[in-house]
Structures are given as C-alpha cells and as structure tokens.
Design a protein around this ligand. Structure first.
Ligand SMILES: *Cc1c(COP(=O)(O)O)cnc(C)c1O
Length: 373
C-alpha cells in the first residue's frame, strides 16, 4: 500500500546524516532537533504553536485534556474513522457520540452533528478522513453557535489547504480550537517510528498542553495538573526535518496519482471514484478510496491480492458496531451511510512513488474484475 523504501532512497543522505548527528550529540530526548522541527512546522502550517508528542493518539488525548473536558461531557465524532478518535474520548471518561458521515466526502455529516447536540455536548471532533478536509467553515459556525470546542483529527490530512469562502487558504489542523496529527510512518508526513503533534493558535492552551505532555510540570518537579509522558524523540524529529521540505511535493504526487486513477476508472458505473476538488488542494489523498456499487468487495480484494496488488478496507466495521463502543442509545437508522460504506469501500495503493506503469496495471486489473462479473 505504501513504498517507504523508495521514498527513503530519495532522501537517504540527508536522513542518515541527521540521524548520525543526533547519535553524536546524544541529545535523544528534547534535543535541539525537536525544537527546530517544532519551529519549522509552525512556520509551514502558519500556526502559533506546535506541541510535539509521542503519537497521534496521544495528541488527540492531550488536546482533550488541555481543553479541560470532564467526565460526562459529550463529544461528537464520526462513526466512520480509525478507532483512535473515539478511543481517547472514552478513555478520558467523556461520552462519545458517534454520528453518520457524508457519502461523498466520507467526512462527518453536519446535519447529523446538529441533531446530536445536547446541553451536555462540549466538543466536536471532525476527522479529515483519507486526506479530505471536512466542511470546516460551517462546522466552526455550528460550534460557535453552540459554544463547543472543535478538535481537528488531522492525522490523515497534514499539508492540506482548506479554501475559505473569502478565497483565503488555511492549513487543515489549524482551523479548530486545537488540531492533532500523527507521524506514523505511512502517514503523509511520516517518521521512522512513532510521533505526533498538537497545533493551536491559543497561547494559554499551548502553555497548558506543553505542561500536560511533560507530566503536568510547568516548573521542574512542580506538578500542577495530571499529565502524561508523551515525547517526540530527537531521531524522529531529525527524520521529520528531512521530510518536511518535501511535504508539498509528496502531497502533489499523491494528488497526481489520484487523478490518474480516476482518469482510468471514471465512467465505469460499478464504481464511484473519490471526490476531487479541481479548484483547491483540500484533499491530500492519504488514501484513494473507491465505492463499489452492488459488487462483492471481498471478491475484488481477493482478485487484486491474487495479482499481487495490495489493497485495503478502511474501515470494515463502523465504530458504533464495535464491541468497545456499541451503545443502546444508537439507532441503526441514524447510520445508513456508514453501514453502507463499510460494505462498499476499497482503497488502492497510494504513496509518493507510484509510477504510470503501476497505476496502469492496478486500474486494468480492477476493470478486468468488474468486466468479468
Ligand atoms: C493514524 C491515525 C490516528 C492515530 O495516530 P497514531 O500515531 O497511530 O497514534 C488517529 N486518527 C486517525 C484518523 C488516524 O488515521
């Protein structure tokens, strides 16, 4: 699904040198590489504060801790996402409220959000799924009207540009009160281990978050709040510093591959290709995900695998049906889209090293299967 080796080869010299420098310096934790990466990412995103941490799941959890959410508070999020999003809500004793998504963008459905708001609701967590930015402007309006926090789970859309109604652009993850991301190796900006970060323009919140990631310490050995231990290590920061200058290129390579997939597959009535916005860069294609109409998806998965083509099913089970998150408050009628998507979706290989020959082979094999049934 990804070609991390091919990408590494292109930046090997810089990465190897930077890692060797960290080894020489022995500043493995909180070394200068981490601080410099933080500054460089702040600059790239146009956000006042980046708080590096250990992974994207921690980033979400720490963001929620920093906002002071309390047990019993309801947090609305999408039913169709990776479990980390709902996991941290539950872990903090908050009440997850899962809602349906939009069938075209795969992102949280705004009408469903409005319907789910109660006096206990404190926050909304949109997930920019597969690299496509959610409808943030309208979501922020709903949040403001109801005095809710917005925490963007930007693990899949780092570098995406959201175009606002006035035409101005803003980076995904910096639109809500706080945003989080993951540097897991296969993410659009991935390190060579685990890593994550939190973003905010709020000085006070940034200060709180910096303490939480470091055992609740604002002054050495003074623990003002309950914190966690969540750090980005210097070796990962060195890798990320080598890759950050290429992020825009990486994302345009993904977009280019997506356009080629769509060009080859569009027009076949058995598949729905993903939304591609022609006028903006609000999709960075963490995944290229098709919807199959009345096709046995699992048979296609088998067929592609038999031709040595990897593919993925993100996600096969809606969160409201997972044992850990099922709740009798949920009504199946409120999840018609996710219940359908989990049966229809299939993601094709997507990375920065896809060449025309590979895309041609993959799309021909998909069409061959569809023609054969
Ligand atoms: C990857 C991912 C996370 C978690 O990131 P980790 O670094 O693996 O903890 C959270 N949310 C979404 C949507 C993700 O894709």
């Amino acid at each position: 699904m990804v070609d991390l080796k091919g990408q590494y080869k292109q930046i090997k010299e810089r990465v190897d040198t930077s890692i060797a420098e960290v080894m020489e310096s022995t500043a493995f934790i909180n070394g200068p590489e981490v601080h410099t990466f933080q500054k460089e990412l702040e600059e790239y995103l146009g956000v006042k504060h980046v708080i590096p941490c250990a992974n994207g799941t921690d980033a979400l959890q720490i963001a929620m801790m920093g906002l002071g959410l309390k047990p019993g508070d309801e947090v609305i999020t999408a039913d169709f996402t990776f479990a980390a999003t709902v996991e941290v809500i539950a872990l903090l004793g908050l009440t997850p409220v899962l809602v349906d998504v939009n069938p075209h963008s795969f992102n949280i459905d705004l009408e469903a959000v409005k319907k789910a708001i109660t006096p206990k609701t404190k926050a909304i967590v949109p997930v920019h799924l597969f690299g496509q930015v959610a409808e943030m402007q309208e979501l922020m309006r709903i949040a403001k009207e109801n005095k809710l926090y917005v925490i963007e789970d930007n693990a899949q859309a780092i570098g995406a540009d959201y175009t606002q109604q006035d035409g101005s652009k803003i980076k995904a993850g910096t639109i809500g009160h706080v945003g989080s991301t993951s540097f897991f190796p296969s993410k659009n900006l991935g390190c060579y281990g685990d890593g994550g970060a939190i973003f905010t323009n709020d000085d006070e919140l940034a200060h709180t978050l910096r303490g939480i990631v470091n055992h609740g310490m604002y002054e050495r050995y003074h623990h003002d709040v309950v914190g966690v231990n969540s750090r980005l290590d210097s070796i990962q920061a060195a890798v990320l510093r080598a890759k950050l200058p290429h992020l825009d290129t990486y994302n345009s390579e993904r977009r280019e591959a997506a356009r080629k997939y769509t060009k080859a597959l569009a027009g076949n009535e058995k598949i729905i290709t993903p939304l591609i916005c022609d006028i903006c860069d609000c999709h960075v294609f963490h995944q290229y995900t098709l919807r199959l109409k009345d096709i046995d998806r699992d048979a296609l998965v088998k067929y592609l695998n038999s031709k040595d083509i990897p593919c993925g099913v993100y996600y096969p089970i809606p969160l409201h049906k997972q044992k850990a998150y099922a709740d009798e408050r949920y009504n199946e009628r409120d999840f018609t889209v996710t219940n359908q998507l989990v049966q229809e979706v299939i993601s094709l290989p997507m990375h920065t090293e896809l060449d025309d020959e590979q895309i041609d082979f993959i799309t021909k094999t998909v069409l061959e299967f569809l023609d054969g049934i």
